[in-house]
Design a protein around this ligand. Structure first.
Ligand code: UD1
Length: 337
């Protein structure tokens, strides 16, 4: 049985990936500094899967913390979700983004070499495409002209990992460029917990639907899109998590570096999301048209064909599924206090 270290494994994408990996028979160890998550997530993973992953409250940038974990287990692979991810915060506090996101990666690479682990799956982002080309984005599209420091950390790390793989013939690195993760596990037991005011669309919609906020701001209705609002490639979190399992299988059998999009290939507008959420869940989402948000592109969606070709993976769930599952997670959270 393969043993996998999930750095940032208590977060939104990490926790869902833990569930899918355990379901496929992998042994999972979670390391998370809980800066944007809660230890109760480990209980929820155990409740869903019947298996409790070993958990370390540890900071991946801290060599001492991580040495203890690498010394205690022989990992076949590391999945590195452990990054800061708020676009706004990255603009106001860029140094902490460069320090955290790059430091964690370097520390992990050093320890992997020291302890003989040669496979890494890395959480990159569609943010690396910036505004340099038009959707659909394939992995060969120009990248690196990012709109914010968050995206730039992801692009820099992609370069670091590519260089590391070029220098070490044993290393296998898969960099996954996520589009817009949404939804929650169908059990309603795990999902996204935004700290403070949510930045991303689905988290905000949930708070409007539950009456915590009055109206959904729609950032711009004059984009060159069918209804004037921004278009994105929303992907169900469970599909995204399954993408990691297939990427890991691939990394077990290949060396070198690969960059792979994880998206559905379909774009939906902000108004599509609001209307779908209303229809699927039978709730009203009042909205107001607001100014464009600085740094937003009009249209972003993936060409997902490389993931299909390399991993045999494609997204299966729909926007309806994302809206329904996100809402039942929100409702359950409320009920559980
Ligand atoms: C951003 C990041 C992405 C990151 C994701 C995490 C960039 C370019 N993109 O994606 O890398 O993975 O956040 O959540 O840095 N919108 C509204 N009202 C709202 C919120 C959003 O109209 O209250 C609109 C936006 O203008 C956009 C769409 O909804 O058109 C999606 O926005 P959001 O959910 O914030 O994601 P991205 O900006 O695409």
């Amino acid at each position: 049985m393969s043993m996998v270290l999930l750095v940032g494994g208590a977060g939104f994408i990490g926790s869902h990936t833990a569930v899918e990996l355990i379901g496929q028979g992998y042994e999972v160890v979670v390391a998370d500094n809980l800066s944007n998550s809660d230890a109760s997530v480990i209980d929820r993973i155990a409740e869903i899967t019947g298996v409790r992953p070993e958990f370390y409250c540890a900071d991946a940038a801290d060599r001492g913390d991580m040495e203890e974990i690498f010394g205690a287990h022989a990992f076949d692979a590391v999945i590195h979700f452990g990054g800061k991810k708020s676009v706004n915060e990255s603009v106001s506090d860029p140094i902490s983004y460069y320090r955290n996101n790059i430091d964690t990666t370097l520390t992990l690479l050093e320890l992997m070499k020291e302890y003989g682990c040669s496979r890494m799956i890395f959480s990159s982002s569609a943010a690396v495409y910036g505004d340099a080309s038009d959707a659909p984005y394939s992995e060969t599209a120009p990248a690196g002209e990012c709109a914010n420091p968050y995206g730039r950390t992801k692009y820099m790390i992609e370069q670091i990992l590519t260089d590391a793989a070029a220098a070490d013939p044993e290393l296998s690195v898969v960099m996954l460029r996520y589009f817009n993760p949404a939804g929650a596990h169908e059990s309603g037991l795990i999902g996204e917990r935004p700290a403070g005011e949510p930045n991303n669309l689905m988290s905000y919609v949930l708070q409007v639907a539950s009456g915590e906020r009055e109206a959904q701001p729609v950032f711009g209705d004059d984009y060159p899109t069918p209804d004037g609002t921004g278009v994105r490639d929303y992907i169900h979190i469970t599909d995204l998590a399954k993408g990691h399992v297939t990427a890991l299988r691939y990394a077990m059998e290949h060396t070198g570096a690969e960059i792979v999009n994880l998206g559905t290939g379909t774009g939906y507008s902000v108004l599509d999301v609001i209307k779908t959420f209303e229809r699927v869940n039978g709730v009203k989402i009042p909205y107001v048209i607001a100014e464009r948000r600085p740094g937003d592109v009009a249209v972003s969606y993936s060409d997902p064909s490389k993931a299909q070709r390399l991993f045999g993976w494609r997204a299966e769930k729909t926007l309806d599924d994302m809206c329904r599952d996100a809402w039942s997670w929100q409702q359950k959270q409320k009920k559980d206090g």
